[in-house]
Design a protein around this ligand. Sequence first.
Ligand SMILES: [Zn+2]
Length: 181
Amino acid sequence: MEASQIKYIVIHCTAGWTNAAGVQNYFTRPKSKGGRGWRTGGYHRIIEPDGTIKEMYPFSRVTNGVAGYNTECIHISYVGGVNYEQYKKGKYIAEDTRTSAQKVAIESCIIEAINWLQENGKDIYQDLMVLGHRDFSDDKDGSGVIESWERIKECPCFDAIPEYEFYNSNNGKKEVLPSNR
Ligand SMILES: [Zn+2]
C-alpha cells in the first residue's frame, strides 16, 4: 500500500497470551485446522511481553486489523490485553496488561511507522492519527462491531488517543475521529 494513503496508526492487543508466532499461525492456518485461513495475517508489528518487537509484515503490505480500513492503517499490537489468571480458565476479561517494556516498544513502533511514512512520501503533518482499534467503533458499550477474532471489543484496553496525541498530525490538539466509520 502507498504511504500517502495511510491515515491511521492503530494500536491493538492480541486479546490473549499466545506469542507473536502463535497469533500469526492462527490467522494463516487453514479453517479446516482451526485457524482463520487468511492469506495475509494480522498486524505489522507484534510486541511480546518482554518488549521484543516482532516484524510480521513490511508497512508496504496491507494486513488485517480493522475491517474496512486496512488500506489506510498501520497495525501495531501487543501480546496481552486480557487478565492472565482468567485467561487460563478460558475467560477473556479486558485489562491493560502492557509491561513497561511493551510501552516503550509500542512507542518505538509508532516512531518507526511515522519515519517510514515520511520517507515514502506521506505528509505526516496532514491527516495522520494514532488511535486504538476500539476508537473505530460507534458501539463502545453495546454489542460490539469489532472483529470476533479478537474476542473483546475493548481493544487495545487503554485509551490510546490521549496517550499518543503528541504524534498526531495536529501536534496535540484533539484530532477528529475517523468520520467515515
Ligand atoms: Zn484490535
